[in-house]
Design a protein around this ligand. Sequence first.
Ligand code: NI
Ligand code: MN
Length: 227
Amino acid sequence: MATELTWLGHGCWFVQSNNAAILLDPFLDDSPTAPRKSEDVAPNFILVSHGHFDHVADAARIAKRTSATVVSNFEICEWLGKQGAQSTEPMNIGGTIELPFGRVKMTIAHHSSVLPDGAYGGNPGGFLLTLADGKIYFACDTGLFDEMKEIGRSGIDLAVLPIGDRFTMGPDDALQAVKLIAPRQVAPSHYNTWPPIVQDAEAWAQRIKNETKANPVVVSPGGKIKL
Ligand code: NI
Ligand code: MN
């Protein structure tokens, strides 16, 4: 089956690939834009980029219900384990692990990562997924950084970049990121959840078309993207 992504609002994505269901940064029950609730998703794997509530909120609940394996940094895996996640794959920045659906590498992110109860959440990260039919780079919550060029060197089929500004890259820096990564397709994320991160994604997509070779794909929450 060709890889298909569904945007579940904010920084949350559902990826179906090679008979695996992968949920990134689950924030559903309290998200004002999520098209589904946590009880409506059944992932095999849950990827968590960093400890902020808008990325980790439903992770323990879903992991307990589905027995999904949590993939995150060591500290967040420990924290979710204490809350009942039975299966974890701890890793850290620069590391790659092999999973049944493909390879997962944790990349750097310029951000912070404290957990909702104040516990240390390790370093924030992004994820580079090498799947049977292509590569997806989730920058997750980050500012712009020059090593995105290195991430792009391996050939990225889809880059998912934050454009919300204030807490992450905004549209201008996300455009620069596309120039560094040179992905085949790019999708915006982490915007329009609340008033402080409202952005015009269509206007941004037009700039991507005008100034880069990447194909921008803008979907509404619930919308799907084919790799
Ligand atoms: Ni964050
Ligand atoms: Mn966030």
